[in-house]
Ligand binder design. Structure first.
Ligand code: ZN
Ligand code: ZN
Length: 458
């Protein structure tokens, strides 16, 4: 089996792995790099020899896994496109949204190559998408190769518990087997239940390593963290301050809304409008509609019924009164410029009654990362649009990750006990921790860290 790493950078980057197995070729994920722009954000499709590819498989609908799917389909025109049934409900919305973002950024960032694909292109390729339930084994070899009596390799999606539709991918050839974790959460979140990777048996394992560079907090519990958020939120509202929770539209938004819905149900949070972004609303609707097909907690909790959700118009974010204590759950987890979340944050800075709560990772080089590192009353550079600012509002950081911690992943490696592990989706220090820990605990397992474009043969 040959595996080529197509991530253009040595960090978490854009997920895309080319797998060659018994004469068939498969692309696992087709992401874009969140910290790069334009063509530089694309996987190294040009490093793949030839254009023949049997199938493209999508693990889940975050941009770093699906953002360049139309570009991959253009490059490999015969490939089938396979994904989980729940991802199928999301994927077109995600791709159309990324066209909108690229069209806007074409001017803002002066990138003539944007958009990398168009709305028409998304519509044209959509009929080629195929959706499969978790736990169903499907053949993926190109039709013309299927001869009677010769078994095609198969694949199976296993629920990864990371976001709606997320999957690990089990690939089985006649002789060889591979498992790709995608992004995975073994622990239950407020809504989604943890991954169901129980019986994974594979010779080769491609492992996500996002949290390899931080040791799990021994006293961390999700329930206690949820309570800390609830207490902080109620405290801000009591002093008539407003709260901004910047999040990513798919996954984290719905988890935060679920926490608010449960607080409302318990009578601790009085019913009031919750302002969200347009894309967040679209995905929340899909979470509600697909609740019965999802492995989750509170299966009958419909977020749109439990909460008074209002889509915030970006101009409204500039004008509305903030003093009576409002709640905003807005897309742009890292407070990127030209978003309602960014503009609202700048309005909250001046008043010590207000608060901004981070519920996920923010890169240190983004406005969100700089705000997290800032101190009350001390000037700091926030963004090009806002320049240097001084904040008086409260800023708190909560850990509601949708990624497995490193000990859980290391246990998983032990349970699968593969011949080889390929480390991906992590910064160099995160991968280095895994490489060392696996070698120490499982000296017989070979560990690979292919560099951008490198092919490993296992
Ligand atoms: Zn993800
Ligand atoms: Zn990811």
């Amino acid at each position: 089996m040959k595996i080529q790493n197509l991530n253009p950078a040595p960090d978490i980057g854009a997920s895309a792995w080319l797998v060659e197995l018994e004469g068939h070729r498969l692309l696992l994920d087709a992401g874009t790099h969140p910290k790069r722009d334009g063509n530089a954000s694309l996987p190294l499709y040009g490093a793949v020899p030839g254009t023949e590819l049997d199938a493209i498989v999508i693990s889940h609908c975050h941009h770093d896994h699906v953002g360049s799917l139309p570009v991959a389909v253009r490059r490999f025109p015969q490939a089938h496109v396979l994904m989980s049934e729940l991802s199928y409900f999301l994927v077109e919305r995600v791709l159309h949204n990324s066209v909108n973002v690229m069209v806007r950024q074409r001017e803002e960032l002066d990138l003539p190559e944007y958009p990398l694909y168009t709305h028409d292109e998304v519509d044209e390729i959509a009929p080629r998408f195929q959706a499969f339930r978790y736990g169903r084994e499907v053949e993926w070899a190109a039709h013309h190769k299927l001869r009677r009596g010769v078994a095609s390799p198969t694949l199976e999606f296993l629920d990864a518990g990371h976001t709606l539709g997320s999957a690990g991918v089990m690939v089985r050839g006649r002789k060889e087997t591979l498992f790709y974790t995608g992004d995975v959460s073994f622990a239950d979140q407020t809504l989604l239940r943890g991954a169901r990777f129980d019986d994974v048996d594979a010779e080769v394992l491609i492992l996500e390593t996002t949290r390899g560079n931080r040791a799990p907090q021994p006293r961390y519990s999700r329930a206690a963290e949820t309570e800390r958020l609830a207490t902080a939120l109620l405290r801000v509202l009591k002093r008539r301050g407003s709260v901004l929770i910047p999040t990513f539209a798919l996954g984290r938004t719905q988890e935060v809304l679920a926490m608010l819905a449960l607080l409302t149900r318990e009578g601790r949070l009085r019913p009031q409008p919750i302002y969200i972004g347009g894309l967040g609303r679209v995905f929340t609707e899909i979470y509600d509609l697909q609740a019965h097909r999802t492995f989750r907690q509170h299966p009958s909790l419909q977020l749109r019924e439990a909460l008074q959700l209002e889509v915030l118009d970006p101009r409204q974010a500039q004008a509305m009164k903030l003093s009576p204590g409002r709640i905003f759950v807005l897309t742009a987890g890292m407070l990127t410029e030209h978003t309602a979340a960014h503009d609202l944050a700048t309005r909250l800075f001046a008043d010590e009654r207000h608060a901004i709560f981070f519920v996920g990772y923010a890169d240190p080089d983004t406005p969100g990362g700089r705000l997290k590192a800032s101190r009350t009353g001390k000037p700091f550079f926030f963004s090009r649009a806002a320049g240097e600012v001084t904040r008086h509002c409260e800023v708190l950081d909560f850990d509601f990750t949708a990624h497995a911690n490193r000990d859980e992943l290391l246990d998983f490696v032990g349970a699968v006990n593969p011949r080889a592990v390929i480390l991906g989706h992590g910064d160099p220090d995160a991968r280095a921790w895994f490489a060392q820990a696996i070698r120490r605990r499982h000296p017989r397992i070979r560990v690979f860290q292919p560099t951008p474009g490198e092919v490993v043969e296992v």
